[in-house]
Write a protein that binds this ligand. Structure first.
Ligand code: CMC
Length: 436
């Protein structure tokens, strides 16, 4: 870490000695105050629930400038990656730090495509689930279960094991998501076809049946690939921090990624795309565009728990750059499918317009996030709403792995162990039963 040349001095109003804290500079973004010696020297912890002011690690992978609305993977702007690279190039970049040259690209595509099949026994494991299980419940189970099928890549401290686990996870996630979908539909699983692109292969496993093959539509395949790129990593968000914390105990990579899948499921995180679409459908059912005003009123009412799903972000206090790209894709996909007049899309556009002009949203810097549009795109492609978050998990897997591997390779890495401000009962004795 690079010292900033400036130090912070912490002083106390009760006369306790003050303490100098080193400050380190990042290559871009805010500096950090190093508080690691704080407890040792003062007996005090810092208090930051929700990590509003805490950098939990140093990282070279993803940078977000929330005020500017900028997202960089390894320094490259998301806009350039989304328009000039495909998802597997992005995976290579996130994992190894540089974009692949032509030979590396070819080798990496081959490597991933040769590991797309899952152990045949996985389908019997899948059969244990109810057919109506939520795909994220199924995915949490399936990803965790990979550690039972691939023993030769479970040692997180062995770089070769980590490398093999990374390729397996990236290659097999589309197969698992498609299997979870087919199982729910009661259709036979479709095996991967490795000569197709990563996104094309996934869509074929989703939509082909033994009676009818799927003819990939270039616009839709490109849209799916873009969804994957835009969701590939997002620095230390809740699920990534979960993966890091889980992996910090030395557990195997499959278990750590399964923890990430579980965290992503929540509606404040990856579950927002499903929640956003359900919200739009709800408004549509209850009167459509006419009812937007009433809905916005509810959202602004502090006594209601209604939120405008797909709006707001902890870090972006400007338009989410991913949302801009997804909005563009949304127009392209609806145009290609002749759905420009789709009522749900029109409703989303009106809702966005009204919210962007409303003082409540303006004052709080609440802009649409990527999930506001990704749901509409996925629905147009034919993906059922309940599968949206599983697709997010598929895409985010590479980010989780890159972050996990970065942590394990960091000489400063330690098991994550936050402390607390204890406000419960002081020591007391157990009273006899008749005195309680
Ligand atoms: N609708 C209405 N009000 C909102 C919303 C929203 N979507 N988001 C934030 N606010 C209000 C919130 O009530 C608070 O108001 P006040 O200051 O009057 O109390 C203010 O804005 C600040 O919000 P916050 O809850 O302190 O912000 P946060 O950083 O803790 O939460 C968030 C961020 C993403 C959880 C939240 O904006 C949210 O729940 N959004 C809807 C869910 C969503 O779309 N999530 C996807 C995030 S992007 C994909 C991903 O990375 O997973």
């Amino acid at each position: 870490m690079t010292p900033s040349g400036v130090k912070a001095t912490l002083s106390f109003s009760d006369g306790s000695p003050s303490m100098d804290l080193p400050i380190y500079k990042g290559s871009i973004g805010p500096d950090v105050i190093d508080i690691r010696k704080l407890y040792g020297q003062t007996g005090k912890f810092t208090y930051d629930p929700g990590f509003l002011s805490t950098a939990s690690c140093q990282s070279t992978i993803t940078y977000i400038d929330g005020d500017k609305g900028e997202l960089l993977y390894r320094g490259y702007p998301i806009e350039q990656l989304a328009t000039q690279c495909d998802f597997l190039d992005t995976c290579y970049l996130l994992l190894y730090g540089e974009l692949p040259n032509a030979q590396q690209q070819q080798d990496f595509h081959k490597l991933v495509s040769e590991h797309t099949m899952v152990h045949e026994q996985m389908q019997f494991f899948l059969r244990g689930f109810r057919r109506d299980a939520h795909p994220m419940a199924v995915m949490t189970g399936l990803v965790g279960a990979l550690s039972a099928f691939y023993h030769d890549s479970t040692d997180i401290n062995d770089p070769r094991h980590r490398e093999i686990a990374a390729i397996r996870l990236i290659a097999k996630m589309p197969t698992l998501v498609a299997m979870a979908y087919k199982y729910g539909e009661g259709q036979p699983y479709v095996y991967p076809r490795n000569k197709l692109s990563y996104a094309g292969n996934f869509m074929r496993m989703m939509f082909a049946t033994p009676c009818e093959d799927y003819e990939p539509n270039e616009v839709l395949v490109r849209a799916m690939d873009r969804i994957f790129i835009l969701h590939a990593d997002h620095e230390q968000n809740a699920s990534t921090s979960t993966v890091r914390l889980c992996g910090s105990s030395g557990t195997n990579p499959f278990a750590a990624i399964a923890a990430g899948v579980a965290c992503l499921w929540g509606p404040a995180h990856g579950g927002a795309n499903e929640a956003a679409l359900n919200m739009l459908e709800d408004i549509q059912r209850n009167g459509g565009v006419e009812k937007i005003g009433e809905f916005i009123k509810q959202v602004k009412d502090k006594n209601s728990s209604v939120k405008l799903m797909g709006f707001g972000h902890r870090v972006y206090k400007n338009y989410d750059p991913r949302a801009k790209l997804m909005r563009e894709t949304c127009h392209e996909v609806l145009g290609a499918l002749g759905l420009e007049n789709d009522p749900l899309f029109k409703l989303a556009m009106s809702l966005e317009k009204i919210a962007l002009e409303d003082e409540y949203f303006v004052a709080r810097k609440l802009y649409p996030n990527v999930d506001f549009y990704s749901g509409i795109v996925q629905r147009a492609i034919g993906i059922p709403v309940s599968l949206f978050t599983a697709i997010f998990a598929l895409a985010r897997t590479v980010g989780w792995i890159a972050q996990l591997n970065e942590m394990i390779g960091d000489p400063e890495y330690k098991i994550g162990r936050p402390r607390q401000l204890f406000v419960g009962s002081q020591r007391r004795d157990v009273p006899p039963l008749d005195k309680r």
